[in-house]
Design a protein around this ligand. Structure first.
Ligand SMILES: C[S@@+](CC[C@H](N)C(=O)[O-])C[C@H]1O[C@@H](n2cnc3c(N)ncnc32)[C@H](O)[C@@H]1O
Length: 355
């Protein structure tokens, strides 16, 4: 492949750095991550080795971004506005008035004001049918961008989980298409291949003395009985009646059956949510050990490398804080595939455009 000019990225809504990590793995230089949540600082800076700027994107100016990009020939503005308002878990609820809706619009504002050569945006697939997304695409086109997007199935990109994400790419340099995954059609990476070699933890939950992130939530006595009665791939309907919660006795339905459930070794994991350390909120039971998956396992199923750092060595690991960073992340292998397409595009198109 012809090598082109360095693509230099700024990551808006950077979180713990899932998107930045994948872009870096593709050879893109990431010069800053911006996020409002101070909990992102340590993971972002210690893994990405780029400055973390704790700022509200609504207050970020074009001049600030230009100073970060300096003289880069090919600038990439990357970002993943918070997805909660578009999440399918909130179907049926009018989320259009929520405070976070304008954040994609803010991303669009920064694109129009800085005109980076390249843009990438990632979100939940349902955003593709919202007016805010249509406005975002129109504003990019009006500013001269060629725009392409699609819903990407994570396993095709090497993410061992049945998760779909919408990826958008836009370029001032020429047509740029969201790539297909290299594993299209399978076989896909499984739970066993991803977390099968991690050390065992105590029944009911515990922490690996050598890795503070390999920590699973301690189950209550009733939940320990429940997980012992669960089989990989099964549901709470397999349990004896006395173990069922009152809500189990009332409700049925396939989604609801996928709580208090175990994963299967040789399958994909379910979508890793911000509560993936919690046995009661999804199919987050370990396939074989009597416990929920650990934060490390959740991070690896999200596509983070085994040694990704989320907390300082002297810091207490708080399940809800770190679980949120992990569940919110763009899976790095998906981001890498997007980054590879961007690097190839820059190499192919920049000479003719003089960038
Ligand atoms: C879906 S997560 C991004 C995940 C990240 N791209 C990754 O791959 O790890 C959305 C992020 O937006 C941040 N956020 C929410 N409101 C914000 C705002 N007004 N300004 C900056 N960041 C904001 C949240 O703290 C959260 O980290």
């Amino acid at each position: 492949m012809r090598s082109g000019p360095k693509v230099v990225a700024i990551d808006l809504f950077c979180g713990a750095g899932g998107l930045s990590k994948g872009l870096q793995d593709a050879g893109i230089s990431v010069v800053a991550g911006i996020d409002i949540d101070p909990a992102c600082k340590y993971p972002y800076e210690s893994n990405i080795e780029a400055p973390f700027l704790q700022e509200d994107v609504r207050k970020v100016t074009a001049a600030h971004l230009s100073a970060l990009w300096r003289t880069a020939a090919v600038r990439l503005l990357a970002g993943c506005a918070p997805c909660q308002p578009f999440s399918s878990y909130r179907r049926g609820v009018d989320t259009s008035k929520e405070e976070k809706w304008p954040l994609l619009t803010e991303f669009g504002r920064l694109v129009r004001e800085t005109k980076p050569e390249l843009v990438t945006m990632e979100n939940v697939p349902r955003i593709g049918s919202t007016p805010v997304f249509a406005e975002f695409v129109n504003s990019l086109r009006e500013a001269g961008y060629q725009v392409n997007w699609k819903s990407c199935y994570g396993p095709e990109y090497g993410v061992p989980q049945s998760r779909r994400r919408l990826v958008l790419l836009a370029s001032l340099l020429g047509p740029l298409v969201v790539p297909d995954g290299a594993l299209r059609g399978g076989p896909y990476q499984t739970v066993r291949q991803t977390i099968g070699k991690l050390p065992r933890l105590a029944p009911g939950g515990g922490t690996d003395p050598k890795d503070a992130l390999h920590k699973s939530r301690v189950l209550s006595a009733i939940n320990l009985k429940r997980i012992r009665a669960s089989r990989p791939g099964g549901t709470w309907a397999d349990w004896p009646k006395e173990l069922r919660a009152p809500c189990h006795r009332r409700r049925t339905g396939s989604t609801f059956r996928n709580v208090y459930a175990r994963m299967e070794w040789d399958q994909l994991a379910p979508t890793i949510t911000t509560l993936a350390h919690n046995f009661g909120t999804g199919r987050f039971g370990h396939p074989e050990q009597d416990r929920s998956i650990s934060l490390r396992e959740a991070a690896m199923l999200q596509g983070f490398p085994r040694d990704y750092r989320f907390v300082r060595p002297d810091e207490t690991v708080r399940l809800t804080h770190i679980g949120r960073l992990i569940g919110n992340a763009v899976p790095p292998p998906l981001a890498k595939a997007v980054g590879d397409a961007i690097v190839l595009h820059a190499a192919t198109h920049t000479t003719t455009h003089g960038a």
